[in-house]
Design a protein around this ligand. Structure first.
Ligand code: SAM
Length: 397
């Protein structure tokens, strides 16, 4: 079928109406484009489709720079390789605006939703997860498939990661995670098989999944050296982590730092160790995290903070002056939002990695007496439709 793509949908696909005015999601299409698309699945109220020919291209359309980003069996990783960098920034802002308006029911006409300063579009990812083929070689997953393929090189991977993808052999494993410290040069390979069977360059620590803090690399963010253990979360790049720290710190400008700061969903303590340093002299920092490896890292990375090993939504809240909350993709949901509201914090900085979850969470916080005062969209996952958003809320009632 032929159709015109009107807007970008949360999730990164184009959205238009087919000849019967049925809502149609179009993977690989950019708003304003006229395309020929093939239906991949149908429901009564909407259809999913994929571009097979672009009849009238958007000015934002570019040729993918990665050979693995084209064709029917393309890589499942970078779904926006066909969009220019500026175009990606505009589309992410549009997606976030859409989620805040449609999901969160916020009046976005009075909000400024802006792109934060740009981040590198290549060689940035310091952690990736991969499949292992029958010969022990590391593979990416193909789009909408469980099949793997061996990349010749990956342009979004940091060179230390890309080199390891090429050099490592992991017979006996089915899935592996690669993690490097871009600024320390340390590399780690976490396998689900026998580490003894792995062939990798000498500098690489090879550990079995679940080995936790016994295996780690270090990264340097905003001048702070952080330990990142196997099994603990870390942001996609040190530059991205640094920008989040900068935005969170700026969002807390003017807040009394002799009070209490809660670092919710703290991971290895990225925010406690950086932003929290400014609070620790006269105030206190409380980090709440559920993953044991990350909790152990946070104790090392932010010794000035009180680290609570707990699920945030079940944690007994204390009164606080400010909260930084950086939940996983599922977002805060009702439980997390209630814990924040119970802290009565004057300022909340919400770091979201899913637009729909942000929309819902913003709706929950605004109906509980907070107002959105700033929304910054971060290019944390360049070449993909994934978003990262730092939203500042202020308590108004
Ligand atoms: C997106 S990461 C952010 C980590 C950290 N703020 C950082 O920037 O490195 C989300 C973290 O939330 C943790 N987590 C997931 N569910 C949780 C829950 N219910 N309560 C507390 N922490 C949780 C995960 O283990 C993960 O470390």
């Amino acid at each position: 079928m032929e159709l015109t793509v009107d807007r970008i949908a949360v999730g990164g696909k184009g959205l238009g109406l087919d000849s019967n005015r049925r809502v149609t999601f179009v993977a690989g299409a950019i708003p304003t484009e006229r395309v020929r698309a093939q239906i991949t699945s149908e429901r009564s109220r909407f259809a999913e489709s994929e571009v097979i020919e672009v009849l009238e291209p958007s000015l934002d359309r570019v040729d993918p720079s990665c050979a693995h980003a084209v064709g029917p069996h393309r890589c499942g990783g970078c779904d926006w390789q066909h969009v220019s960098e500026q175009g990606q920034r505009r589309l992410r802002v549009a997606m976030v605006e859409d989620a805040l308006r449609r999901v969160g029911k916020l009046d976005t006409t009075s909000l400024t939703i802006r792109s934060a300063r740009s981040l590198p579009a290549s060689a940035y990812r310091t952690g990736v997860r991969m499949l292992v083929d029958g010969n022990g070689r590391l593979c990416y997953r193909r789009r909408r498939s469980n099949d793997g393929f061996r990349p010749e090189s990956c342009e979004v991977a940091h060179p230390l990661v890309d080199g390891l993808i090429q050099d490592a052999l992991c017979p006996g494993s089915t899935e592996v995670s690669l993690r490097v410290g871009a600024r320390t040069g340390e590399r780690m390979l976490v396998v689900d098989g026998e580490p003894g069977e792995v062939t990798a360059p000498e500098d690489v620590s090879v550990v079995r999944v679940g080995d936790g803090p016994t295996a780690h690399v270090h990264e340097i963010v905003s001048g702070t050296r952080l330990r990142i253990s196997a099994g603990a979360f870390f942001q996609s790049s040190p530059q991205g982590a640094e920008l989040l720290v900068e935005l969170a710190d700026r969002a807390l400008h003017g807040v009394d730092r002799s009070g209490v700061l809660i670092d919710a969903y703290a991971g290895g303590g990225l925010f406690s160790a950086t932003v929290g340093r400014g609070w620790s002299d006269s105030g206190s920092v409380i980090a709440v995290e559920t993953n044991s490896a990350a909790v152990a890292d946070a104790r090392v990375n932010a010794p000035h903070a009180r680290i609570e090993h707990a699920r945030f939504e079940r944690w007994k809240p204390v009164r606080a002056d400010a909260v930084i909350a950086d939940p996983a993709r599922a977002g805060l949901a009702a439980g997390g939002a209630e814990t924040i509201v119970a802290s009565a914090a004057a300022v909340v900085v919400l770091v979201s990695c899913d637009a729909a979850a942000l929309g819902r969470d913003a709706g929950l916080l605004t109906s509980a007496g907070y107002a959105v005062t700033d929304v910054a969209v971060v290019d944390m996952f360049n070449q993909t439709s994934h978003v990262e958003v730092v939203t500042r809320f202020e308590k108004i009632s």
